[in-house]
Design a protein around this ligand. Structure first.
Ligand code: G4P
Length: 539
């Protein structure tokens, strides 16, 4: 019986693929996500969820602010199945002012799809997100999008990826035809041509295709001898001069397989999806305080990577998103919440598709589950079986880089203001600091990006009925101070900085730039300036 159970568990793990699509705004992430859902049968007509011209938001956009701005502020998750695979796509905000949410989401995935606009190449946001994935050594698959129109030459794009991102690449397929008017793709592994039929529907429906060997004379006839010859030349050049395909290198994040296509016209989307699912890794083991936790360990474990309140006006509640790391999750099970030491019964687990939420009965490693959060969960928390006491590796803390003094416009709203600020801090949306001589209704808010301030303003107004005043401060760096008996008054170099404390009364210095920080470091030899809170040193 136990063997049957572990066999089922292993099968469930093997068929799971949990990934995020990383890209610069406008590269086509929303369109590609929608097309993957289309092929997965989760929606039947692309654009049916998103009326593109009328309102530019997609299935994965939830919050009102996202709709207004046409961007995805909060990361969300979509689950669907395709060809026996169970797919979890974690959405990462594409806006350039992205927040810590983006980083945290990347902690919960097993691989990433890097989407690049063929005309624009590697852009700033892609670079940033790529770096986070690279640090985690997760496999990165590249989809070069918008091949239906003129863009950079495919060889040029490969070179750019290698130069700008420092990762070698291996084209899995190659576009066939004249730039801007491609007719299909050549599958290098199978030496097969796949031509796409254009149906004029702008990719609303899954695109039919014809497949066959590159040597089949039928194709020479259809695409013409010139194009066939050019394709053969390109392929032999790639075979001779390009990198070899090495799956182990892909798994270590040292080689990125590249796919060419167009999300809008569906060109190359299905071959990409199928090949990606075949190559991308199932859920990997995770490091914990007691060593690696294998996904097929039968004891359930998970960590919280995101907390979100009032996600949907129809459900005014707070959800903690967990990523399952091992074992089977069952509705109603009792788990050990390590940080509080409490045993919790998980009664209303939810999964997501678009705006629908469904109560789930069971879930497996790699799956994301939304748990109703009565206020006990924090980012990075570990959940495991009663009796187990390990914790997953610490979540990275991302030091804030933007700061503002924030207070309610109307002092009568002080209570709601503090409630809202406390909740947003628990969600990890902002970090809060206090100034010794300021009243309780004035806080210093620190964030990773400017957009978080807009979210703060919007949410305080809409969810707590508080209008706020924000004064932006000229600081860019926060350092926690560690040392024996620090006397705030004797710290040197803070005349143009600011001394604050965090919500655990730990001292934090804010600096305007690296130079000011260096000066303080040099002139306060008894103090250590730390990028993250000195949790383990017991300050
Ligand atoms: P994002 O989520 O990465 O920000 O991008 P999104 O999918 O919203 O796409 C950005 C724009 O790029 C959209 O155009 C979209 O239609 C277009 N696009 C996406 N994939 C392709 C593609 O393969 N080929 C071409 N030619 N365009 C593509 P828009 O004008 O902003 O919106 P809409 O008028 O099409 O709705």
């Amino acid at each position: 019986m136990a063997d049957m159970k572990s066999c089922d568990l292993r099968q469930e793990i093997e068929r799971r693929r949990t990934f995020a699509i990383i890209s610069h705004p406008d590269a086509g992430k929303t369109t590609l996500t929608e097309k993957l859902l289309l092929y997965g049968g989760a929606i039947h007509l692309a654009g049916s969820v998103k009326s593109r011209k009328a309102q530019k938001h997609a299935v994965s956009d939830w919050m009102e602010i996202e709709k207004q701005r046409g961007i995805s502020v909060t990361s969300s998750v979509l689950q669907f199945s395709y060809d026996g695979f169970q797919i979890n796509i974690l959405d990462t905000p594409g806006h350039q002012d992205f927040s810590e949410d983006t980083y945290r989401t990347l902690m919960a995935v097993d691989s990433a799809v890097m989407l690049i606009d063929a005309a624009k190449g590697v852009e700033a946001q892609t670079k940033k997100l790529f770096k986070v994935c690279k640090q985690r050594n997760i496999p990165i698959f590249t989809f070069v999008n918008k091949l239906d129109r003129h863009g950079k030459n495919p060889f040029e794009l490969m070179e750019e990826i290698e130069k700008v991102l420092g990762i070698n690449s291996y084209p899995m397929n190659w576009p066939i035809g004249v730039e801007g008017d491609y007719q299909g793709v050549y599958n290098r592994q199978l030496a097969q041509i796949e031509l796409f039929e254009k149906d004029g529907s702008h990719g609303q429906l899954a695109l039919p295709s014809v497949k066959g060997s590159v040597d089949d004379p039928v194709f020479t006839e259809i695409i013409g001898a010139d194009i066939h010859n050019a394709l053969c030349d390109d392929i032999s050049l790639l075979d001779m001069a390009g990198d070899h395909f090495d799956l182990e290198k892909v798994m270590r994040g040292e080689l990125t397989p590249i796919f060419f296509g167009s999300a809008m016209t569906n060109f190359g989307v299905r071959p990409f999806l199928e090949e990606f699912l075949r190559l991308a890794p199932p859920p990997a083991p995770r490091m914990s305080s007691e060593g690696l936790i294998e996904p097929d360990n039968e004891k359930f474990s998970a960590f919280v990577f995101k907390i979100q309140a009032n996600m949907n006006p129809a459900h005014r509640d707070r959800l903690a998103f967990i990523r399952i790391c091992s074992g089977k999750f069952e509705r109603g099970m009792t788990v050990h919440h390590i940080r509080s030491g409490k045993l919790l019964k998980l009664t209303q687990p939810q999964q997501f598709l678009a705006q629908d939420r469904t109560i789930i009965e069971e879930a497996y490693p790699g799956d994301i589950v939304g748990l109703f959060d009565p206020g006990v969960f924090g980012i990075g928390d570990t959940l495991c079986m009663p009796g187990e006491t390990f914790t997953f590796e610490d979540f990275p803390v991302f030091p804030p880089e933007r700061f503002a003094r924030v207070q309610p416009k109307d002092t009568m709203k002080r209570k709601q203001f503090i409630k809202g600020i406390t909740q947003l801090t628990q969600e990890g949306a902002i970090q809060v600091f206090f100034q010794a001589d300021a009243g309780a209704e004035t806080v210093i808010v620190g964030t990773v990006g400017n957009l978080q301030f807009e979210v703060l303003e919007y949410r305080l107004k809409n969810e707590y009925g508080v209008d706020i005043l924000m004064n932006f401060l000229p600081f860019e760096l926060a350092r926690w101070m560690d040392g024996e008996k620090i006397d705030a008054k004797s710290i040197k170099g803070l005349d143009r900085g600011m001394l604050v404390s965090d919500n655990k009364q730990r001292l934090v210095a804010l600096f305007t730039n690296e130079w000011a920080l260096r000066w303080a470091v040099d002139n306060n030899p008894k103090i250590t300036f730390l990028v993250v809170p000195p949790e383990k040193t017991g300050n």
